[in-house]
Design a binder for this molecule. Structure first.
Ligand code: GLU
Length: 427
């Protein structure tokens, strides 16, 4: 049976690259009918924090991942590491230096790994110093506990980022010293920023939790991360974890670095938004509105749902809703300068929309079709293009040049408010 592990260090939030490592481990375990263990690498007791750990676990579940058995905490296994280190001492494979225990590295040896993704990678032990395995403060060193655990847990495949390639030959020496079977290694090329530099805040955020907070969907995040460096073999761009698991093969992963493309992620997210029922979006929209302090209490659930329906195709994240639909939540919104100049200040436009408002006052049945009919009638009467009324009216209603369909917006806004705003903007 295959046994893999995801081994986050709770010294920060779940990085997008780590989330991808977790997803690939999950896909591998589930597609081979194997096990995925979760190992918390919390040996650094100064930098490890409970809040990070909690958020990492939440984010993994949020992404739709699960794991087998209880998580394993390295901080609870210090006795085991010490015992293994002392065994190496007793066998003459390690020596003491003060309080520290150091592993002897035999020089002049070639070590070759046959990486599932990169193929053969060669190292020579001349480049490897003797390795500290227990530090002088008594804590175990990373490479050492990693191998003690991987061997102890019977890990068959190690799937992790390329940033660990240089650790691998050192780790192989420990496997040999323990007389343990070597697992297979698969190092995934790192995810870089769009400009090829290390992924950082300026590329749009580096941790899953930041995207979650902005209103991205977990399915969209997982979808996007699955397709970075792996392709289902066709040009499909929308894929769920469950679909991917049926066709996933680790060997198909690319050995080239991938680039994080925020626009692609936003596009993917928008695809999921469009598929959602406004009812499912409602709690998320409310959460986002509350976050930015937009009062929606005066709106009925039904009105909110209509509004979501109206903007659903226009938002790439739920977080954008508050800004897009701003004019439905407050009367004192700002007017875009360019739009004001272009549409409201233009000769004749104010008069036209004032007349539009007048005519709307007679309208009994306030539906978008009827509002539109009046607009078209006026256009004909005054020999105008409908757009010449629509653009300045949209500015008057929302302060923006772009938005949802004007007549639908007006219907939702209600007769009184719509007319009042047009009048106000046309003086
Ligand atoms: N804790 C390591 C990391 O977060 C995991 C290393 C490994 O998978 O071996 O990068």
């Amino acid at each position: 049976m295959t046994i893999v592990r995801f081994a986050p260090s709770p010294t920060g939030y779940l990085h997008l690259g780590s989330a991808r490592t977790a997803i690939v481990n999950w896909l591998y375990a589930r597609s081979t009918g194997g096990k995925l263990l979760l190992r918390i690498e919390d040996t650094d007791q100064v930098r490890s924090e409970e809040k990070y750990l909690e958020e990492i676990l939440l984010d993994l579940k949020w992404l739709g991942l699960d794991w087998d058995d209880e998580p394993i905490y390295q901080s609870k296994r210090f006795d085991l590491y010490r015992q293994k280190a002392e065994a190496l001492l007793a066998e003459g494979k390690a020596y003491r230096e003060g309080e520290a225990i150091i592993f002897k590295v035999e020089k002049g040896r070639d070590i070759e790994i046959d990486d599932v993704i990169h193929g053969k990678i060669k190292f020579n032990t001349d480049e490897i110093k003797d390795q500290v395995i227990i530090k002088s403060d008594g804590s175990p060193a990373y490479n050492f506990c990693c191998v003690v655990d991987d061997a102890d847990l019977g890990i068959t495949q190690i799937i992790r980022g390329d940033d660990h390639i240089s650790n691998t030959p050192k780790q192989i020496l420990f496997y040999e010293a323990f007389g343990a079977n070597l697992p297979k290694f698969a190092h995934m090329p790192l995810m870089m920023g769009a400009d090829g530099a290390k992924l950082s805040k300026r590329h749009g955020g580096v941790s899953v939790e930041e995207y979650k907070a902005e209103g991205f969907f977990p399915e969209a995040m997982a979808n996007y991360l699955i397709l970075l460096g792996w392709s289902p073999g066709d040009d499909r761009e929308i894929i769920s974890l469950d679909e991917a698991v049926k066709i996933f093969a680790l060997e198909d992963m690319s050995d080239a670095q991938s680039k994080f493309d925020i626009q692609k992620l936003r596009w993917t997210n928008a695809e999921y938004i469009m598929k959602k029922d406004p009812k499912d979006l409602l709690p998320l929209v409310k959460e986002q509105l509350e976050k930015v302090g937009v009062p929606y209490g005066e709106m009925t659930e039904e009105e909110l749902l209509k509004l979501i329906e109206l903007y659903r195709v226009r938002m790439k994240t739920v977080g954008e809703f508050a800004g897009l639909a701003e004019c439905f939540f407050k009367d004192d919104f700002e007017f875009e300068e360019k739009g004001t100049r272009k549409y409201l200040d233009k000769e004749g436009n104010k008069d036209n929309i004032r007349y539009f408002a007048q005519r709307l006052e007679e309208l009994q049945d306030w539906t978008h079709e009827n509002i539109e009919n009046i607009c078209r009638e006026i256009a004909e009467e005054r020999d105008l293009k409908a757009a010449e009324i629509i653009h300045p009216t949209r500015m008057a209603i929302s302060g923006k040049t772009a938005g949802a369909g004007l007549f639908e917006m007006m219907e939702l806004l209600g007769k009184e408010k719509a007319i009042e705003r047009i009048k106000k903007a046309s003086v």
